[in-house]
Every structure is written in structure tokens, then in C-alpha cells.
Design a protein around this ligand. Structure first.
Ligand code: FES
Length: 273
């Protein structure tokens, strides 16, 4: 069993939770994820690690309560236990040798973009973070992101905070002003990552995306997380979750992610334990 040691609401729907899992905290790196199962009847859900404390043996996850399991997870409190908490899974993001990067987070994706920005910043890279939200009331981790980069730029769809517009508007300005970026990292909704990659392709800047397909076992056995990258079949759980964004078939990913939407909605509306 894995004990919840911290719980904090970042906004109405997004929760930060730290879990005592020393064997994961000891070796996890930015970009890797865990799979958890709340109880013996529970589904397995993958969540990318947002932070870790090797000394305390704690792993932090940030999640949006949108489905059955995330709603049940959000209802747990400090001191409660999670049955299974497995990881670290997937490959760490390749961050070696990066000197100047733009890290882009969309919504709850900022929780995953943030440790990557922090890692790069701590390695001495120049890092700009572009964070996009629908509106001011759902902005998360602003102070943390600010401390993890040289400049934080926020965009909101409705203009209620930061710049009125999308992350791609700010990204275009950054790329126009400076051709020296050697990496863009984009993490968030599939349409956002797709739009970012279309833009960075124009400017020929290498772009890494973190994919979020349906996952079941997380070990490359079930094929549930399959995606096409550069025409090749890949399993996001073992080959990713990070991939070269210029090669990802985002349309297929979006179609596959929507396959069970109706069932997920029915399930999310009937939480019982
Ligand atoms: Fe089963 Fe990736 S989750 S192969």
C-alpha cells in the first residue's frame, strides 16, 4: 500500500498529491510516469510524475478529476492508501545537451512540463515557459513554473489573464525574435501539441511531445497505447511517452483517445465503491 502524504487543490478540478513511494522516488526522472490502481476492482491509470523528493521518498502527481478513477482519487485524503503505485515507467525525456529551450504546457499539462523546465534550468539551460489555460481561474503552478525558468509567459483563451490568445501565438513571437532555440517541449491536449508541432516545423526547431494514449498494462504487452511515429508503430508506454512531435500521427492519436469516451462518461457518472 502507498500512503498519500500531501494533497492540495490547484484549482476546482486539478489536484496535487504526493505519495510515499521510495522505490520510485529513488530513480524516477522527468518524463516518466506511474500507473496506479486504487483497489482490487479499480482500473489502472497512467499519470506522469510531476515532482519527486528522493530524500523523503515521495512522488508527486497532478491530475484532473474527469473520469471515474480520477474522481475517486480526488476524494482520498492524506493518510489514505493507494493499492498499487507502479513505476517509474517509460523513458525519461532526453534533456542532455540542451542550451536554450521553450517548454510549453497546456492546462493540466503544465504539471508535467514544469519538472522538465526545472530540470533544464538547473542544468544551466536558458528556459522560457509558455503556459496556456482557458481562463484565469484554472491557472495552476504559476509560482513554481516562474521559479523554474528565465521567463514565464501565460496565455488565456478568454484573455482573463496574461496574453489573450493561444500558446502558439506566444510561441511564434519567441521563434520570430530568436532563432537560437535548440528544443521545444510541448505537453498538453492533443490539438495543442499538434498546433505547436506544425509551427515549430516551419521554424525547423526540434520538438518533443509527451503523448497520453489509452494505457492498460504499461509494459508493452497489450498494445493499447499504440501510436504511429514516422510511419512506424510505437508503444507509448515503453518507446515513449516522449516522441519527436514532427513525426507523430496526431489524428490517429485523437481518434483512438475518443474510442471509449461514451463509456468513460457513463462510468464517471456512476461512482460507487
Ligand atoms: Fe499496454 Fe502500452 S499500455 S502496450
Amino acid at each position: 500500500m502507498y500512503k498519500i502524504v500531501e494533497k492540495r487543490a490547484l484549482n476546482e478540478a486539478v489536484t496535487l498529491m504526493s505519495v510515499h513511494a521510495p522505490h520510485i522516488a529513488r530513480k524516477v526522472l522527468p518524463g516518466q510516469f506511474i500507473i496506479l490502481r486504487l483497489d482490487e476492482y479499480g482500473e489502472r491509470i497512467p499519470l506522469t510524475v510531476a515532482a519527486y523528493d528522493r530524500k523523503a521518498g515521495e512522488v508527486t502527481i497532478v491530475f484532473q478529476a474527469v473520469g471515474r478513477t480520477t474522481k475517486m482519487l480526488a476524494a482520498l485524503d492524506v493518510g489514505d492508501d493507494i493499492l498499487d503505485f507502479v513505476g517509474p515507467l517509460g523513458r525519461p525525456t532526453e534533456l542532455e545537451g540542451v542550451h536554450k529551450a521553450i517548454v510549453i504546457g497546456g492546462g493540466v499539462g503544465c504539471a508535467i512540463a514544469y519538472p522538465q523546465a526545472r530540470f533544464l534550468h538547473e542544468q544551466g539551460a536558458t528556459v522560457k515557459v509558455v503556459a496556456g489555460f482557458r481562463s484565469r481561474d484554472i491557472v495552476i503552478l504559476e509560482e513554481e513554473m516562474k521559479a523554474a525558468c528565465d521567463e514565464l509567459l501565460i496565455a488565456t483563451d478568454d484573455g482573463s489573464y496574461g496574453r489573450h490568445g493561444f500558446v502558439t501565438d506566444l510561441l511564434r513571437e519567441l521563434l520570430e525574435a530568436d532563432s537560437g532555440y535548440d528544443l521545444v517541449i510541448a505537453i498538453g491536449p492533443v490539438p495543442m501539441m499538434k498546433a505547436v508541432c506544425a509551427l515549430t516545423k516551419e521554424y525547423a526547431v526540434k520538438t518533443t511531445v509527451s503523448l497520453n494514449p489509452i494505457m492498460i498494462d504499461g509494459t508493452g504487452m497489450c498494445g493499447g497505447c499504440r501510436v504511429h511515429v514516422g510511419g512506424e508503430l510505437k508503444f507509448a508506454c515503453v518507446d515513449g511517452p516522449d516522441f519527436d512531435g514532427h513525426l507523430v500521427d496526431f489524428d490517429e492519436l485523437q481518434r483512438r483517445n475518443a474510442i471509449y469516451r461514451a463509456q468513460e462518461q457513463v462510468d464517471a457518472n456512476h461512482i460507487c465503491r
